[in-house]
Every structure is written in structure tokens, then in C-alpha cells.
Design a protein around this ligand. Structure first.
Ligand SMILES: [Zn+2]
Length: 151
């Protein structure tokens, strides 16, 4: 699929060392447009509603902030740790800036976890981008379902 100049610029911004040290693409070398189409297909296939899942992840991030950087148990089901750093990061699509807040959610029973940041939630909600395969912040739909018990 042909990419718009905006999409090309976003992909350049996602390279390691531009916005974050690791970047957003992982090992994925495909055009960003193709990755987004695949993200949408994966989410649809798993029956994940983007707005619902983003709200759940935001709620868990907020709960985690009560731990002031230490892990806390939420609903007896998850161990949530939210860490905040100073400063902001721009979205690679250049449509906003986001605080540096990172959350790890671990499902105690299933022993599975996911990691995400304010910017990963924005990338998912606004741009339908799960981050490239191999990116530490990639939100794999199957993993999302397991950790959040969306079944
Ligand atoms: Zn954006």
C-alpha cells in the first residue's frame, strides 16, 4: 500500500533514537501502513474493542499510580506498577505530546504481563498501532486478552 507523506514521516520518527532510544518499530521493517492494517485485523480477529481496552488500560494505569512507583495489587487479580519520569514525549504522528508514564500489568493467576505507556495507549486509540513486533511496548492482542481476561 502506498504511504502518505505523514505516514512516512511518522515511521521515520519511530526509528530508534529519534523519540525514544528503542523506537516503536521493534524488528518490523514493513511499511507502517501495512503494520497498522495488520494491527486492525488482529484486534478484530480477537474481538477487541479498542476504546474499551484503552479505557481498561488507562484505569489500571491510574490504579497503579496509587502505588507511587511500587507494585500494588488491583482487584486481587493483577499486580500493577506505574512509574513516572519527568518530561514529555511527542507522538510520532506529531499530533500531541504525552507524559512519560509506564505501566506493567501482571495477571497473578495466569502469570502473564503487558507493559505500556501513555504514548502506547494514544498510538492504539488514535492510530490503531500496536507497535512493531519485537518492540518492548508492543501490545499483542492475544496477550492483552490473556492479561485483562477479556474472554
Ligand atoms: Zn498521535
Amino acid at each position: 500500500m502506498k504511504m502518505t507523506p505523514n505516514m512516512r514521516k511518522a515511521q521515520e520518527n519511530m526509528a530508534p533514537g529519534v523519540i525514544t532510544a528503542d523506537g516503536f518499530l521493534g524488528d518490523d521493517k514493513r511499511p507502517l501502513q501495512d503494520m497498522i492494517v495488520e494491527s486492525e485485523e488482529l484486534l478484530r480477529h480477537e474481538g477487541i474493542d479498542i476504546d474499551t481496552v484503552v479505557q481498561t488500560l488507562k484505569d489500571l494505569m491510574e490504579e497503579g499510580r496509587n502505588g507511587l512507583g511500587e507494585p500494588i495489587t488491583v482487584d486481587g487479580k493483577w499486580i500493577v506498577q506505574t512509574t513516572e519520569a519527568r518530561g514529555h514525549l511527542p507522538c510520532p504522528f506529531e499530533d500531541g505530546i504525552y507524559r512519560k508514564i509506564t505501566t506493567v500489568v501482571r495477571n497473578i493467576e495466569k502469570e502473564e504481563s503487558i507493559m505500556y505507556s501513555t504514548i502506547s495507549l494514544h498510538l492504539l486509540q488514535k492510530h490503531h498501532f500496536l507497535e512493531g513486533k519485537g518492540s518492548p511496548f508492543r501490545l499483542e492482542p492475544v496477550q492483552l486478552k490473556k492479561v485483562l481476561e477479556l474472554d
